[in-house]
Design a protein around this ligand. Structure first.
Ligand SMILES: Cc1cc2nc3c(=O)[nH]c(=O)nc-3n(C[C@H](O)[C@H](O)[C@H](O)COP(=O)(O)O)c2cc1C
Length: 398
């Protein structure tokens, strides 16, 4: 029988008031890497809008794990501001999760303590060209051990900050995804090669985080169903990763896809906001590169409601653990269909950026749907002055 999307549900030892999660969408609201009042209000409003749990996006586990200099990274100084955020969310009746990640080599962060970024193997980092970081080196064993420990420390601080769950980012082409991807992990040691080798670091991270946060504290993992390019991670490996994460004791998987450096719009689908991306880019070199090559290298994918459902079904039939369906969930009908398909939760990104009160509306109105038209300008402009829906702006794309 399908679960009731609007009734309370367990996630690990946590009881959520419903099965709808606001997924991580980078907020761009942490000037100097410190959570601002704007970030607190952003998540309070989502909680007031009815979600079961909201996810604070893309917090790096260390200074070197940041893609951008203005990104939050976990350290004792952010515990108090994050406490204000989790308190505000809890007062509205929702739970709060923190997405923890490491960018690997996908960075243009000038504050890296290492001279060049690190990833599983030697790599070209086009994104870091203008920041003087065009090449990434393979991580040593000691660097791998440090990252595992950083994930543990960051998860401990998340718990101290009042978060009810952590979400480990294993997707979208960041460090753990770079290790899982056969095209970017060409290591010959125990951390490369077969799926067991490529999955070793992510699994060791989950194990360390579990040791730190303890039994029952929910650990979600955001994983890719497909990277979206030839040679990247494909569905059979995604199923194998899900089975390994289930055995490792992860509490839920958030099923996504795409590789930010290669197939960024595989993640989102819909309009490719190239003009807006060029406009917001600060580096002149990167602006020119986007203008000259953007159309060729940044592929557009048509939007479809529930666009990961077909691949996600394969994972559903391979594991018993809770699964979160994500991608193009825009209406109450979509939510009910996800439940009928056997998913335990849904996660929504753009639909809730456009309508933070959508869950409350869905509860009252069977025909409720978001106003989001997947113009994706929110993606292009996310770190301009905080992520927002541009549909109220004068120059709105149709
Ligand atoms: C503005 C914006 C920022 C995003 N930032 C993140 C992020 O920090 N971490 C992440 O895992 N996904 C990020 N995503 C991807 C979303 O979590 C989600 O996977 C994607 O938007 C598809 O879901 P949707 O169709 O419900 O929007 C972002 C999406 C948007 C629109």
């Amino acid at each position: 029988m399908a679960a009731d999307a609007f009734a309370p549900a367990r996630l690990g030892s946590l009881l959520l008031r419903n099965r709808i999660i606001k997924t991580a969408t980078y907020e761009g609201m942490c000037p100097g890497g410190v959570p601002s009042d704007q970030l607190v209000e952003h998540h309070r409003a989502l909680a007031a809008g009815g979600v079961g749990m909201t996810t604070v996006a893309y917090c790096a586990v260390s200074a070197d794990g940041r893609t951008f200099a203005e990104q939050m990274f976990m350290r004792p100084e952010v515990v108090l501001p994050l406490r204000r955020l989790t308190d505000a969310v809890h007062r509205e009746g929702a739970a709060a999760s923190l997405q923890l990640g490491h960018c690997g080599w996908f960075t243009k962060n000038m504050a890296l303590s290492t001279r060049l970024p690190r990833g599983p193997s030697l790599a070209f980092n086009a994104y870091g060209l203008s920041a003087g970081k065009p090449v990434a080196l393979a991580m040593s064993g000691a660097e791998i051990a440090r990252v595992i420990s950083e994930f543990g420390l960051a998860a401990g601080l998340a718990r101290e900050s009042g978060f009810d769950a952590v979400e480990l980012h294993l997707g979208h082409g960041y460090l753990l995804s770079q290790f899982l991807c056969p095209a970017t992990n060409r290591r010959k040691d125990a951390y490369g090669g077969s799926l067991d080798g490529r999955a070793r670091l992510p699994l060791e991270v989950v194990r360390r985080v579990r040791e730190v946060v303890g039994a029952g504290f929910p650990i979600l993992c955001k994983t890719n169903l497909r990277d979206g390019f030839r040679g990247g991670l494909e569905l059979p490996d995604a199923v194998g990763i899900a089975q390994r994460l289930e055995r490792e004791g992860a509490d839920a998987l958030v099923l996504s896809g795409g590789f930010t450096s290669r197939t960024p719009f595989f993640l989102f689908r819909g309009r490719r906001p190239l003009a807006e991306m060029i406009e917001v880019e600060k580096s002149r070199l990167q602006k020119l590169a986007l203008a000259w090559f953007g159309r060729k290298v940044i592929r557009e994918y048509p939007f479809e409601e529930m666009f990961f459902l077909r691949e996600a079904r394969e994972v559903r039939s391979a594991v018993r653990m809770p699964l979160v369906l994500l991608g193009g969930i825009v209406s109450r009908d979509n939510v009910l269909r996800a439940m009928a398909e056997g998913f335990d939760f849904v996660a929504m990104g753009r639909a809730l950026i456009a309508n933070p009160d959508l869950v409350r509306r869905m509860q009252a109105d069977p025909s409720a749907r978001t106003r989001c038209n997947h113009c994706n300008v929110c993606v292009a402009e996310m770190d301009r002055s905080g992520v927002r829906c541009v549909l109220d702006d004068a120059r709105r794309p149709d």
